[in-house]
Design a binder for this molecule. Structure first.
Ligand SMILES: *Cc1c(COP(=O)(O)O)cnc(C)c1O
Length: 382
């Protein structure tokens, strides 16, 4: 129950053990082409271009920035936590000028007013937003940001690593220009794939660059022929694709679309709500200051004074539930439960019951079953 890598379905895992085919075989061409088309559906785009490359979410973040921006460009970063900060570090490494907007208190969320004021003051080349910051479990108002950014020339870059495939997220209709994620979060595939989509506007901005992208591997110019060829059932070589991960991706995307995105968003929302209600019922506090922007894919929870991080997580492990510790300044003060991908109502109930017992064993006064009861009320609507 950690916020990635998540547990994968056995149907997806089986793909990883299949024979490695040639990237030019007709079977692989079919599988890759189909994956790319399905990925567009999951990203909710008809136009624009998708890229699947070997790497992790951090690579996807860098791929988004280096293709859109050139040294000296101004980037506005709207940050709700540690992954917003990572955008800043990548920007600085690539000699971009950064306007870093962060929240004063952990668990708070950068508001649309802040974004609006900033965008009225200055022209930015790009604005980055982390849809769900996995360190604080705060969900940014991406749809509203999209409406504001659409009125400017800025390219809207969204880190969907802890959101895409779990949170409601509509790239095209919300005006997102670059959406990125990785395979091991709500997409429910083992780690190893960076998944990035560029809108028409973002591709145009890339084509109008004054200087070439200062990364050979990440330059979308090198990848466009690859992706376009496979979509049209042809082969094109730039760098060897991670064959078995792409089989796995195809299988998982097929399952995601079979469940249906709207149903999937609703399932995530209800399971997350059940978990939050349970946490409240046992008297603990979540990191997000308001329910409005509490994420549906992960929840960060403050420990009560009685409970120590290592003892709690080891206790949970002995119950068979793996939860994550806190990140950055929230280390030792919080634990995080991922509830994205294939997580169902039984998983969350088992987790809540283990949380109650382990809290109890660690000296925190809780009436066993109180959290479960609150969760049941919510899950009853699933
Ligand atoms: C996990 C995560 C990342 C980093 O992804 P890696 O695959 O670990 O490189 C970036 N952003 C968010 C929001 C994440 O949750």
């Amino acid at each position: 129950m950690i916020p990635g890598p998540v547990m994968c379905n056995s149907s997806v895992l089986k793909e990883m053990s299949k024979p490695v085919m040639s990237h030019g075989s007709s079977e692989f061409i079919e599988i890759f082409g189909d994956s790319l088309r399905k990925l567009k559906q999951v990203f909710m785009i008809e136009n624009g271009e998708v890229f699947v490359v070997a790497g992790s979410g951090t690579l996807a973040m860098e791929m988004a920035l280096v293709n859109v921006c050139e040294p000296g460009d101004e980037v506005l970063i709207l940050s709700n936590g540690m992954f917003g900060e990572r955008f800043k570090e990548i920007c600085l490494r690539h000699r971009l000028k950064v306007d870093y907007q962060e929240v004063k208190k952990f668990g708070d969320c950068i508001s649309t007013e802040v974004a609006k004021n900033k965008l009225e003051e200055k022209e930015y080349k790009a604005v980055t937003v982390t849809h769900v910051d996995t360190s604080t479990s705060v969900k940014a108002p991406v749809k509203e940001f999209g409406r504001i950014i659409k009125k400017t020339n800025a390219v809207f870059i969204v880190d969907g690593v802890c959101a895409t495939g779990g949170e409601e997220e509509r790239m095209e209709s919300w005006g997102i220009d670059v959406l990125l994620t990785a395979s091991q979060k709500a997409i429910s595939v083992p780690p190893g794939l960076a998944l990035v989509a560029f809108s028409r506007k973002a591709v145009e901005i890339h084509q109008e660059r004054r200087n070439p992208v200062d990364s050979y591997f990440l330059d979308i110019q090198n990848w466009r022929n690859v992706m376009n060829s496979y979509i049209n059932r042809k082969v094109f070589y730039f760098a060897t694709p991670p064959i078995n991960l792409i089989y796995a991706l195809k299988t998982s995307l097929t399952e995601i679309l079979k469940e249906g995105l709207e149903k999937r968003f609703r399932r995530h929302a209800l399971i997350a709500k059940a978990f939050r209600e349970a946490i409240k019922a046992v008297g603990l506090e979540i990191v997000p200051l308001k329910e409005d922007y509490a994420a549906n894919t992960v929840t960060a929870v403050y420990y009560p004074v009685e409970v120590e991080d290592n003892a709690f997580r080891y206790g949970m492990l002995k119950e068979g539930v793996v939860v994550a510790g806190g990140l950055g300044p929230l280390k030792k003060k919080t634990f995080r439960v991922g509830h994205m991908g294939n997580v169902n109502s039984s998983d969350i109930i088992a987790t809540i019951s283990a949380v109650e017992r382990v809290l109890f064993k660690n000296g925190y006064k809780v009436t066993l079953g109180q959290g479960l009861e609150a969760a049941q009320e919510v899950l009853n609507k699933l």
